[in-house]
Design a protein around this ligand. Structure first.
Ligand code: TRP
Length: 366
């Protein structure tokens, strides 16, 4: 599904969307009208604390979209936690942590709707007609599902579950129930966006006589650089190579002190040849707004120890405000839950209206 030509098409669509989002003052009424129709839907699985990779890759961008006036739905994908594991874990703690990070980063519950999968029954009910619109072969072909199956097989020998096989359809429910047409994601999620587009199209054709009940969503591909973990591998909580947003300044220093670098004393920014050093420089650059090469230059012969000090300071300074707000929010779970309940209520209103339209189109209103 994500072959080279469909990737190029997705990129083109994404560039066009970004251009539309970045030009709020168009005098062309058609452009302004299209922009006003944009609605972002995106989300996270509450599997553990968010880290600096999430912050740089997605969280920051969502706040920016919200602040540019694009209506934003933010999903806490709790049903997706059990696609690849046997238990939900500390689901309540993880959900509260996500909420605290969203709000600390600048998500404003008065403008953005934050909600949880499990609290929106009508959105989940779309799963039934949507499942009828995909073939088993399509589900088995999804490259991201295949990768996730391989990972969960390797980790705990867990075979394909019905939910893992069908979660891209569930993700289509997430996107389509609220008519989300802008989905900010990384490349790995493109097969799911494509699946949601196919479902929207087939629903309209087969069950709605061509009426546009659903619009085909588009991916907004992230432009942030890929950050790896402090050991140079993919950032992941289970590898202990990440900096959680909620870590203290001391914990952050400790994590970077253990970071992998290389044997060369002089620090240079050379992503091809020196990926680990380049990664630390990129993190410092992202948090300070200074170019990575310039940071490398200023460290020069002071070596890896100085690089680690610089990146620690960049992250700690860059996150100081976030961490202070996060700590206050975490101390007030009642408030966090009230934000979620309000978001759930808003999401339910939208989902109920969509399901009513679906049942009408299908003739199942009695
Ligand atoms: N699958 C996404 C992830 O692992 C989370 C997610 C669930 C999502 N539903 C979504 C993302 C809908 C975008 C749109 O990160």
């Amino acid at each position: 599904m994500t072959n080279t030509s469909s990737l190029a098409t997705a990129r083109r669509r994404s560039d066009r969307l970004r251009n539309l989002i970045d030009h709020p003052d168009s005098t062309d009424p058609a452009v302004a009208a299209e922009r006003a129709q944009l609605r972002v839907l995106t989300g996270d699985r509450p599997t553990g604390p968010l880290h600096i990779g999430h912050y740089l890759g997605t969280v920051r961008n969502r706040v920016e979209l919200q602040d540019k006036g694009v209506e934003t739905f933010l999903l806490i994908a709790d049903y997706q936690v059990i696609t690849d594991r046997d238990a939900l874990g500390d689901i309540r703690g993880n959900v509260l942590g996500l909420l605290a990070d969203y709000l600390a980063a600048g998500i404003d519950p008065a403008r953005s709707t934050v909600f949880a999968h499990s609290a929106v029954p009508a959105a989940n009910q779309l799963m039934l007609p949507f499942l009828s619109l995909v073939t088993e072969a399509e589900l088995h072909r999804n490259p991201t599902v295949k990768d996730e199956l391989a990972a969960s097989m390797a980790k705990n020998g867990r075979p394909m579950s019905g939910l893992l096989l069908t979660y891209p359809v569930h993700q289509a429910c997430d996107i389509l129930f609220c008519h989300g047409n802008v989905v900010p994601v990384g490349q790995d999620q493109l097969p799911h966006i494509e699946q949601a587009r196919v479902i929207a199209r087939r629903f309209n054709e087969r069950y709605a006589g061509g009426e546009q009940v659903f619009t085909e969503p588009e991916a907004l591909l992230t432009s942030s650089p890929m950050i790896t973990g402090t050991d140079g591998r993919k950032m992941s909580k289970s590898r202990g190579n990440t900096v959680p947003l909620g870590a203290t300044a001391d914990e952050t220093a400790k994590i970077f002190r253990k970071a992998v670098t290389d044997g060369e004393r002089r620090i240079t920014f050379d992503p091809e040849r020196r990926p680990e050093v380049a990664n630390l420089l990129t993190i410092a650059a992202e948090f300070t707004g200074r170019p990575a090469a310039e940071i490398a230059e200023s460290i020069g012969d002071a070596g890896a120890g100085e690089l680690k000090r610089v990146v620690t300071e960049a992250v700690n300074d860059g996150l100081a405000g976030h961490r202070a707000r996060r700590a206050e929010l975490i101390a007030d779970p009642g408030y966090l839950l009230s934000v979620l309940r309000e978001g759930n209520a808003r999401a339910n209103e939208v989902a109920d209206a969509t399901l009513a339209r679906v049942r009408e189109a299908m003739g199942t209103v009695y």
